[in-house]
Design a protein. Structure first.
Length: 311
């Protein structure tokens, strides 16, 4: 039985549906801080949970007899930079509550890290799995702390913690909220609605990205991987592609030739993006648990535009 926090977020909205398909609806308890009339709420068990409420998290995990916790509830990079103390309290408070629940109830554990766990002094191209991590954002501080805390719970308490350093995730079901890479999602919606997009990230700014179906497969594959083969745990570099705004605009023009791109750079999110790698090396994930992806920029663009047109 799996408990998912942040089940109504960008990853959770799709991961819950995938997990229910794989393991059975009643075996996936979805939780979030509020309720909406979404498929996640209608297709299986759902409970309201504020992850800073340790008592309720433990009570729900016990009541539903969960043996795996997927902790997704968190504030993303731009929001965290605007409200750093709230981000520390929610991101770290929620994580330690989830890890404590996993320790007390002997659950397997997953939480995402991010390319945001790297900073300006990290090698920017083909960023290694093991390298310097001195991020200059509150979100990055949360992600590095989270990686270290999850490795500590594995070393000290034997909790089976595993994590992925996600790049920007692109999806058409639930939009991301408060991220720096959100431009790469918004651009598809605007391309359909207006045939144009004004990007808050400047041209030439490379960031790693991944289409949501590949991200969901990576979570399931990692959680089902043979633990004896894992040399790393928190957290694996994973990526599908790296591009800058002009390249995604070009990919869209293959389908919407008249698509127009303009720039209105947001200095705060641009500074966050500039502190992150241009491309990361995912060879450890490939070697230790067979990480692979199906979608490159061209294939993702075709699928995103087709699915959004239908929506
Ligand atoms: C963000 N989408 O922009 C998240 C992610 C690598 C980016 O961490 O904050």
């Amino acid at each position: 039985k799996i408990l998912v926090t942040g089940a109504l977020g960008q990853i959770g909205s799709e991961l819950v549906m995938k997990l229910r398909g794989v393991y059975g609806s009643d075996n996936v308890l979805a939780t979030d801080i509020r309720e909406t009339d979404s498929d996640v709420v209608k297709s299986g068990p759902f409970e309201i949970l504020d992850v800073t409420d340790a008592e309720r998290m433990h009570a729900l995990a016990k009541q539903y007899e969960v043996d795996s916790i997927i902790h997704l509830a968190a504030l993303l990079s731009a929001t965290a930079e605007a409200k750093p103390l709230l981000a520390w309290n929610l991101n770290m408070g929620g994580l330690v509550n989830a890890l404590e629940t996993a320790r007390e109830l002997n659950c397997q554990f997953f939480t995402p890290s991010s390319i945001g766990a790297f900073g300006p002094s990290t090698p920017k191209n083909n960023t290694p799995q093991d390298t310097i991590q001195r991020p200059t954002t509150m979100y990055g501080v949360n992600k590095v702390s989270g990686e270290l805390l999850c490795d500590y719970y594995y070393q000290k308490f034997g909790v089976d913690t595993r994590g992925l350093r996600f790049p920007g995730l692109i999806s058409y079901v639930a939009p991301p909220g408060g991220g720096t890479t959100d431009y790469a999602v918004e651009i598809y919606y605007e391309a359909i609605k207006k045939g144009s997009y004004s990007s808050y990230i400047d041209k030439g700014t490379y960031m790693d990205m991944m289409y949501m179906p590949d991200a969901l497969n990576a979570i399931v594959d990692l959680m089902e991987a043979d633990p004896a083969k894992l040399k790393h745990r928190n957290s694996f570099n994973v990526t599908a592609m790296s591009f800058e705004p002009e390249e995604i605009a070009q990919a869209i023009r293959k389908h919407i030739p008249s698509f127009e791109m303009s720039y209105d750079v947001d200095p705060i999110r641009q500074a966050i993006a500039d502190s992150w790698p241009d491309s990361i090396d995912a060879s450890a994930a490939k070697e230790e648990w067979g990480f692979r992806t199906d979608f490159d920029l061209a294939k993702m663009t075709a699928d995103m535009l087709e699915k959004l047109k239908a929506k």
